[in-house]
Design a protein around this ligand. Structure first.
Ligand code: GLC
Length: 541
């Protein structure tokens, strides 16, 4: 396998709850993924990022881990994991697992022991406990708010029934933050890394990689309105603190003891990108998700600016840029790129939000994908985008499970709309997701019309468009290429990479199509015209 595989890889995110359910309980599982791997080989990906499957009470869909070294029975067993890893490797697909080091579940034995051991114990020092303020300590230690809404602190009751200190949770109250100033925490996580590296994983996607270390003294902080995961990371005392980099240097040293090229991929939601690039300096992580790119609107000027900014920022530290449009935390991009402006990350959309026309959303989504896949570096795909899935808007309130929805009492819909189990076969129960037809989030009417089997072999389907683009990207070496911008009219962005000319029309008026054979087209092109919301890749001999 090629050297530095991650520099050009197409990495496909599998969200295990919603990928494929083998046992019929309505929740996807590891044997389900194994049974569907050939579809991913056919698609043409290089690696899988597997969202959390470790033991968890599932209060935040597995991002609340109660045992870092075991599989949640909902998803299977460690033997099922080993079988999945072996099956992926046999097919030449690498597997990167999600690691959640900012917080554990409140049901993790480490947290339970911290509660039981009482004030002043070393166990308490594993997490961030602080006395409350005000008379009787009835107020939280500072004004920090949870990313999911409400205060970032919860007060405990001691074993003898007296009110105790408060613990910090930047996310849900079921997700207490670790105290990364404690070497004990460092030791445990190095063990966790080794546990999975010894099993043969190809790396880790590190959750909230900009969190972990908090500013000394935990000073009060007022985030700007609409701030999301990291929108204001330059200032927040819980994001992007200098000390966090030492953690990844330590982890990089662990990875380098292992053979093969194992990677660290950071969810470091810190903008601007030159700041994010600090996570991928040569002795730290290998890559981060390019959220600057994800947040860019479908607009020629904005796209060119963010691509230049990305290449300069990541190139400045010797790292490849990555590109991403969708994941399990954001509105699926065919829908999102049509909302101007989209709501801040995490707020989501639902029945009371403005409607997006699905056909025009998909057209734009495909054009955006074709532009992204032409860029040098590594790209991330989120399961179901190759089927052209839109965000599911009409989930009933009673079905919603995202803690954001619960903690904001429904003011924010949250992220469930991009997590609906994906369709495989139009005429099968749950559109092939589950043999019993059960599905942990309801699939909307007509979901089967997006099913893989309805698209396979149909030339202008979204699935075949993705396959063609991924194959052409590989054939022309675009991932390892360099771009050269070409002059283009208003609303048009054009570049050359790997001997191909790539042109996107981000406007609505057709523009003349440059000369050349069409290698990839995100939508119909004819009569020498490139319609709006369309991208083509051309070869001019
Ligand atoms: C990351 C995950 C998200 C999760 C949060 C807390 O942002 O991607 O799904 O809710 O961290 O772990």
């Amino acid at each position: 396998m090629s050297e530095h595989w991650w520099r050009t890889a197409i990495i496909y995110q599998v969200y295990p709850r919603s990928f494929a359910d083998s046992n019929g309980d309505g929740v996807g599982d590891l044997p389900g993924i194994t049974s569907r791997l050939d579809a991913l080989v056919e698609l043409g990906i290089d690696a899988i990022w597997l969202s959390p499957f470790m033991t968890s009470p599932q209060r935040d869909a597995g991002y609340d881990v109660a045992d870092y070294c075991d599989v949640d029975p909902l998803f299977g067993t460690l033997a099922d994991f080993d079988a999945l890893l072996a099956a992926a490797h046999e097919r030449g697909i690498r597997l990167v697992v999600d690691l959640v080091p900012n917080h554990s579940s409140n049901e993790h034995p480490w947290f339970r022991e911290a509660l039981a051991a009482g004030p002043g114990s070393p166990e308490r020092d594993r997490y961030v406990f602080r006395a409350g303020v005000g008379k009787g300590g009835t107020l939280p230690p500072n004004n920090w708010q949870s990313v999911f809404g409400g205060p970032a602190w919860t007060r405990i009751t001691e074993a003898d029934g007296t009110p105790g200190p408060w613990y910090l949770h930047i996310f849900d109250s079921s997700q207490p933050d670790f105290d990364w100033s404690n070497p004990w925490v460092h030791d445990r996580f190095r063990e966790v890394l080794r546990f999975w590296l010894d099993r043969g994983v190809d790396g880790f996607r590190v959750d909230v990689a900009h969190g972990l270390v908090k500013a000394d003294g935990l000073p009060d902080y007022e985030p700007p309105a609409g701030g999301s995961m990291g929108g204001d990371a330059e200032l927040a005392p819980y994001w992007g603190q200098d000390g966090v980099h030492e953690v990844y240097r330590e982890w990089r040293r662990v990875l380098e003891e292992y053979d093969g090229e194992r990677v660290l991929i950071g969810e470091a939601w810190v903008l601007p990108l030159r700041r994010m690039a600090q996570w991928v300096r040569p002795d730290e992580m290998h890559q981060t998700f390019n959220f600057g790119y994800l947040e860019a609107p479908w607009d020629a000027v904005a796209l060119r600016a963010v691509v230049d900014e990305s290449l300069a920022a990541f190139g400045g530290v010797g790292a490849p840029s990555t590109w991403v449009l969708s994941n399990h935390d954001v509105i699926r991009h065919p829908t999102r790129l049509t909302l101007t402006p989209p709501p801040p990350q995490g707020e989501g959309i639902g029945p009371r939000s403005p409607r997006v026309d699905e056909a025009s959303g998909l057209r734009r989504g495909r054009a955006a994908t074709a532009f992204m896949l032409a860029l040098p570096g590594s790209s991330y795909l989120y399961q179901g985008e190759e089927l052209g899935l839109p965000e599911v808007v009409d989930l009933p309130d009673t079905a919603r499970q995202d803690p954001t929805f619960i903690r904001t009492e429904g003011r924010h819909y949250g992220r469930d709309g991009c997590r609906v189990p994906i369709p495989w076969e139009a005429d099968a129960p749950a559109a092939g997701f589950s043999p019993t037809g059960s599905s942990w989030l309801p699939q909307p009417a007509g979901w089967g019309s997006h099913a893989r089997d309805t698209q396979r072999g149909i030339p202008d389907s979204t699935l075949e468009f993705y396959r063609t683009a991924l194959a052409a990207r590989r054939e022309h070496g675009l991932g390892a290429g360099e771009i050269e911008w070409l002059d283009a009219g208003p609303d048009v962005i054009a570049l050359r990479n790997g001997g191909l000319t790539i042109v996107s029309n981000t406007g609505t008026t057709p523009v003349p199509l440059p000369v050349g054979d069409v290698v990839v087209a995100s939508g119909p092109v004819s009569d020498g015209e490139l319609p709006g919301d369309t991208t083509v890749w051309l070869r001019a001999d």
